[in-house]
Design a protein around this ligand. Structure first.
Ligand SMILES: [Zn+2]
Length: 288
């Protein structure tokens, strides 16, 4: 198996296992979209694509050694019983390590996770080291055939996003970012059109850590270290049961990347830099 196939397979595993849990989604109340802002002002975002499609962001400018570690806090609408039986979808040790090492990072949280762990959601949301972004309410896929995940019907896509933001607010997360990560990373034009009305930027990645169900922390760390380039966005998980090696991998990755001259930033910083570059390019075109 070549390395690309291996990486994609690793990324799919979590989706497949989550799907295996099944469960019933609940209908989401429709809510008014609202402008989201950080305490410091409006969140950096990209201009919408043609015909109102949500913009898609995968990595920042390649000119500076900045890297964004992102952590998906997965939990599906059907996993409440497993959590009640003692399965841990959170990872407090990972969060503590990120704090101890002072690693700015972005947590893509499902609404269901925020409901299950409201105190942790609030603590992450209030810590300036972190930013909270949206990973849907129920972790259902936005396209058919996405690693076996149950599929959200088109008419409910926007409410999946809004219901997650509502769950964050209910948990006490006041400044969630207007960024959305598709469950399983699956999207198409129809999904981007639906999200365009929700006012979010879709955030993908250019480095797959392969941490889903990995037991070998060194292999995860090596895959990240091999993949990171200036401006990279790395996808990892903040879900102990499904990604048990992540915290150990982070302890290897962080000092090594710092040694190589990288600094850790939140996704918002990379999006802001990409947006400034785009406007500069447009300015030069207009000037010439
Ligand atoms: Zn996920």
């Amino acid at each position: 198996m070549n390395s690309l196939v291996r990486r994609v397979t690793a990324a799919c595993l979590l989706g497949a296992a989550v799907a295996a849990c099944g469960g019933h989604g609940t209908t989401a109340p429709a809510q008014r979209p609202e402008r989201r802002a950080t305490a410091a002002g409006p969140a950096p975002s990209l201009a919408p694509g043609p015909t109102g499609l949500a913009p898609v962001f995968a990595h920042g400018p390649r000119r500076e050694k900045a890297v964004a570690l992102t952590f998906d806090a997965d939990m599906t609408a059907g996993q409440g019983a497993r959590a009640a039986a003692g399965e841990r979808f959170d990872n407090p040790r990972l969060v503590a390590t990120l704090r101890r090492l002072k690693v700015a990072s972005t947590v893509f949280m499902t609404g269901r996770w925020a409901e299950e762990y409201p105190e942790q959601a609030r603590a992450i949301g209030r810590d300036p080291l972190f930013e909270v972004a949206n990973h849907s309410y129920s972790h259902y896929a936005f396209t058919a055939d996405c690693h076996g995940l149950p599929t959200v019907p088109g008419r409910r896509m926007r409410s999946e996003v809004e219901r997650a933001f509502a769950a964050f607010r209910a948990a006490g997360v006041e400044h969630a970012m207007p960024y959305f990560r598709f469950p399983g990373g699956c999207y198409d034009r129809r999904a981007l059109r639906r999200l365009g009305t929700a006012g979010v930027t879709a955030v993908q990645w250019d480095v797959v850590s392969g941490d889903a169900f990995a037991k070998d922390a060194d292999a995860v760390a090596q895959q990240v270290l091999d993949g990171v380039r200036p401006g990279s966005v790395v996808v990892m998980h903040c879900t102990r049961s499904a990604a048990p090696a992540t915290e150990r991998a982070v302890r290897t990755v962080v000092p090594e990347l710092r040694e190589r001259g990288y600094r850790f930033v939140k996704v918002s910083e990379l999006i802001g830099a990409a947006d400034r570059d785009r406007r500069d390019r447009r300015g030069r075109h207009t000037a010439s």
